[in-house]
Design a protein. Structure first.
Length: 120
């Protein structure tokens, strides 16, 4: 066999094809178990619509619904306060007192460095 003649080296190696000596169905089945594992990984973790993402979005949806219920209840309470004339009068009086106003005959005592009512 001459150095340029490689046919002897090629023919002496076992072939890994369905038509060669080294092929067995078990050698193909050795890699087939990777397909279900790859698919399972894709479905549960990697995909945009994975089971993990769907579970996370369901949790967010539940908390958003609870927040919506809480805000609607708060809005209902505030609407009831706006419709009640006594509550509106009390809120208006609170706002005026925070601005430093008083009823006739009342004396306001300011403690600390509070600003005076007016220039009087």
């Amino acid at each position: 066999m001459s150095p340029k003649d490689i046919s002897g080296r090629v023919l002496s190696r076992p072939l890994r094809s369905p038509y060669g000596r080294g092929f067995t169905p078990a050698s193909r089945a050795r890699w087939l178990w990777l397909l279900p594992i790859a698919w399972l990984l894709w479905v549960t973790v990697i995909s945009e619509h994975s089971l993990l993402r769907i579970a996370r979005l369901r949790g967010e949806l539940g908390s958003a619904r609870a927040e919506l219920t809480r805000v609607r209840g708060e809005a209902t309470k505030l609407d009831a306060r706006l419709d009640d004339p006594r509550e509106r009068a009390r809120s208006a009086e609170e706002a005026l007192r925070r601005q430093g106003m008083a009823r006739p005959g009342e004396i306001i005592y300011r403690l600390g460095g509070a600003p005076p009512d007016s220039g009087r």
